[in-house]
Design a binder for this molecule. Structure first.
Ligand SMILES: O=c1[nH]cnc2c1ncn2[C@H]1C[C@H](O)[C@@H](CO)O1
Length: 381
């Protein structure tokens, strides 16, 4: 069992930016992670190596300079954050070897972090170079041969091999993108096609200022997901208002909410979701760097969710861009929000209860967790 972990990152505390070197005991050696973007978790080393092999120019030379460009150092906006992907996605998209490699390495990284089960999400369209309109990342038209379906098959292969090698269980969630409603029907069809091959749910990601009332493509895709019993999670209430959360629950029939911090703006909705035991995928470090939440962690909405014993998980979101590991997020909440070992156990049990595995696999996962946490009495929470 890992007991001490070293972490260096920047905190913004009471408006003061400080480099802090932490040596904090990590309270749990086995965690569940439900909200992490595969394309936000690519190793910079891999980006640089793949670009070199493919003869693709990156906006900065070498690993150090790329790291400097891609990593967010200051709280900004969601839009600025989403712009970071433009620095490197063109190097990975449309390359079979690279797509499989990022999936395989992702599992290795999560295993090193002590994650026992992870649901990784990505947009198949943003990694393809054929059969996507418009082609992402200014890729050359007519030369590609990797469709969104090929992307899913490649990621599945990488995950399967990674799972075998590193023993961390991994499943995928396929993302619709807010600004691309014409992709969404294909996303749900891919969820159906690959449901026996590791794909467990559909998501809606991207810029939340674009409501799905004005983009009916998403609504149609999520209706099909309900009809076909594809699980659903939606990014909502991250930088958008509580009404985005309401829309996610009522219109898109989301079973989990990605982020959801601004749910607290609407106390009636919040209480209703508490009562329904809605799961919130919380990403503490991400929420300050994207400008979703106040950078002072002692004012974070998560504190209210914790006080109310809500159903939530802790997640990294985009560890490459935030320069974090899952332990970073655990350490932040431990240091600034008084999280205890008991709360870490409770939230991980909730994460396992709310994951999108089949009932049988979920039961096995829960049993493993109870055993790992030494919880003989399973009714304690
Ligand atoms: O935190 C986020 N909010 C909204 N969209 C996000 C976030 N992190 C990543 N994304 C987007 C950018 C990725 O390319 C896409 C699919 O993983 O999802």
């Amino acid at each position: 069992m890992r007991s001490i972990s070293q972490l260096t990152f920047v905190t913004w505390f009471s408006g003061v930016k400080k480099w802090v070197l932490y040596f904090i005991p990590v309270l749990l050696s086995l965690q569940i992670e439900l909200h992490v973007h595969l394309d936000g978790a690519i190793r910079i080393k891999t980006i640089v190596e793949v670009a070199k092999r493919r003869g693709i120019t990156l906006p900065a030379n070498g690993e150090d300079k790329m790291r400097e460009l891609v990593i967010m150092h200051e709280p900004a906006t969601l839009t600025e954050f989403l712009g970071k992907f433009k620095h490197y996605m063109h190097a990975i998209a449309g390359d079979r070897e690279a797509i499989k490699r990022i999936a395989y390495e992702f599992v290795e990284t999560k295993a090193e972090e002590g994650v026992m089960y992870v649901e990784a999400r990505y947009s198949p369209h943003l990694l393809a170079n054929k059969g996507v309109d418009p082609l992402p990342w200014d890729q050359e038209p007519y030369v590609g041969d990797i469709t969104p379906a090929d992307v899913v098959a490649l990621v599945n292969q990488g995950f399967k091999e990674g799972e075998k090698a590193f023993k961390t269980k991994v499943r995928s969630i396929l993302c619709c993108m807010r600004h691309m409603p014409n992709w969404s029907m294909e996303v749900v069809e891919l969820c159906k096609k690959y449901r026996q091959d590791g794909v467990v749910a559909i998501d809606l990601a991207g810029d939340e200022s674009l409501s799905c009332e004005s983009y009916p493509g998403h609504k149609r895709a999520f209706e099909e997901a309900v009809r076909s019993e594809v699980h659903r999670t939606v990014h909502a209430g991250e930088v958008g208002s509580a009404s985005a959360v309401k829309e996610a629950v009522e219109v898109l029939k989301a079973e989990r909410i990605g982020h959801g911090y601004n749910t607290l703006e609407d106390q009636t909705l919040y209480k209703q979701l508490l009562q329904q035991n809605m799961h919130f995928e919380m990403c503490p470090v991400s929420s300050t760097l994207t400008g979703a939440c106040d950078p002072d962690f002692t004012k974070h909405p998560l504190i209210t969710f914790k006080k109310d014993k809500a159903n939530y998980s802790l997640n990294t979101d985009d560890p490459t861009i935030f320069n974090t590991t899952l332990n970073s997020d655990y350490q932040v909440v431990q240091k600034y929000m008084d999280f205890t070992e008991e709360e870490f156990k409770r939230l991980n049990i909730n994460a396992a209860e709310s994951c999108f595995l089949s009932a049988k696999e979920k039961k096995e996962l829960l049993e493993q967790l109870y055993e790992a946490y030494g919880m003989l009495d399973k009714t304690g929470f």
